[in-house]
Design a protein around this ligand. Structure first.
Ligand code: GLA
Length: 388
């Protein structure tokens, strides 16, 4: 869908729902991370691209102090709360993200807001539909109320909505990708100091493509598992006497963690994932900046998957089966993306191979009694923006 068509659709839904015109429409994309998983809350490196899929928000100011939220995907499920009464955890579900954004801007939202959201970022697929939702609303509120917030402040507002209001202890990868990515580029971001570089990513010129395979599986313990990994990384850093695991560049420096205890072994493996993953991001960025054949990135992605599976232990059998089937069908590399415990796989493939690889994964899933995955080729797209 073009930006213009998307804007028209959400503006029409707003008018239907609220009986008045919206004052503008904003969009923010989901993301897929090329490499750099579970490095963001360790101060490390990430390399996401924005998806063409976005969440759109049509917004208008109100003068009754209420925040009224509606969604084209959840018709009839309107949430209404006084801005002054917003408190973490209420409302719950999808409405918690826009409410969290308004809460994070507390004191800077006089009157109230009517917000209707619409979108096509697959949810529960590890493609950051929640960050797209938070970022579209954060940008809308900033523009509409003319708030003095730069990109970093917007990212922070969206992350606080997730961390403090919804209660998901994420890093800032997803929100940074949604706000900062630009079309035709991957975003090379140093999460410790916010330094960033737009790295041109024209895989088609090399006859290649990035294929996203949404396995259609999510697990209840995803949030608990994420929280545990985050704590383990913090504990490993503490034992090693550093603030962030990012400060360690050499896996040999992790040896002191191996004290013969089971816990020491777990912390060593968690930290080894983070240290080797940071190195993989640097390796992929160096390849993309130079004139080497980008096919050499493939094995680096697969090594990232093995590290998430064996050292970080956040993959699941169906995701492993997806990676295996894609590689067996000719993908140059493949790995799980996002928080883990299900979600999507990203594969580096020859440009004409998407149907064959989708077919091979579908066949493998059928053998595992699992429905066909949804797949699409990633076009590195624009970050958050005003549509109308
Ligand atoms: C989720 C979180 C991010 C990041 C990734 C893993 O998407 O929201 O902050 O930690 O997992 O790389």
């Amino acid at each position: 869908m073009t930006d213009a068509a998307a804007a028209e659709r959400v503006a029409a839904a707003f008018a239907d729902s609220f009986g008045q015109q919206s004052e503008g429409v904003w969009a923010a994309p989901g993301r897929v991370n090329v490499i750099g998983e579970h490095t963001d809350y360790n101060g490390g490196f990430v390399l996401p691209v924005a998806l063409p899929h976005t969440i759109r928000a049509a917004v208008a100011r109100r003068d009754d102090g209420l925040l009224v939220l509606a969604s084209a995907q959840h018709l009839g499920a309107r949430a209404e709360v006084a801005v002054a009464d917003l408190e973490p955890g209420r409302p719950e579900g999808w409405a918690g993200y826009p409410a969290g954004v308004v809460h994070a801007l507390a004191g800077r939202v006089p009157g109230g807001l009517s917000i209707l959201v619409d979108g096509d970022v697959p949810s529960g697929a590890g493609l950051s539909s929640s960050a797209a939702l938070s970022c579209s609303v954060a940008l809308a509120v900033r523009d509409l109320l003319d708030l003095d917030l730069d990109a970093d402040a917007l990212i922070d507002v969206a992350r606080r909505a997730e961390n403090d209001f919804v209660g998901a202890p994420t890093g800032a990868l997803d929100q940074s990708a949604s706000v900062l990515c630009t079309a035709g580029h991957a975003l090379f971001l140093d999460t410790r100091d916010g330094t960033r570089e737009q790295v041109p990513l024209d895989l088609a010129a090399a006859g290649l493509a990035l294929l996203v395979i949404d396995t259609g599986t999510t697990h209840d313990h995803a949030e608990g598992g994420y929280r545990d990994r985050r704590r383990e990384c913090e504990r490993a850093a503490e034992r090693l006497g550093v603030d962030l695991l990012r400060e360690i560049e050499d896996v040999a420096a992790l040896d002191p963690l191996a004290d013969g205890s089971d816990e020491g072994d777990v912390l060593l493996r968690r930290a080894r994932h983070v240290v080797t993953e940071d190195a993989r991001v640097l390796q992929v960025v160096a390849t993309l900046r130079g004139d080497a054949d980008p096919r050499v990135i493939g094995p680096v992605l697969t090594a990232g998957h093995e590290s998430l599976r064996d050292d970080f232990e956040i993959s699941v059998p169906l995701v492993d089966a997806c990676v295996e089937a894609a590689l067996a069908a000719g993908a140059h590399g493949a790995r799980m993306v996002g928080g883990g415990f299900g979600g999507s796989v990203v594969a580096l493939i020859e440009a004409g191979a998407a149907d064959d690889i989708t077919g091979a994964v579908t066949e493998r899933f059928a053998r595992e009694q699992h429905r066909a995955p949804r797949t699409f080729v990633v076009i590195p797209s624009a970050g958050a923006r005003r549509l109308a």
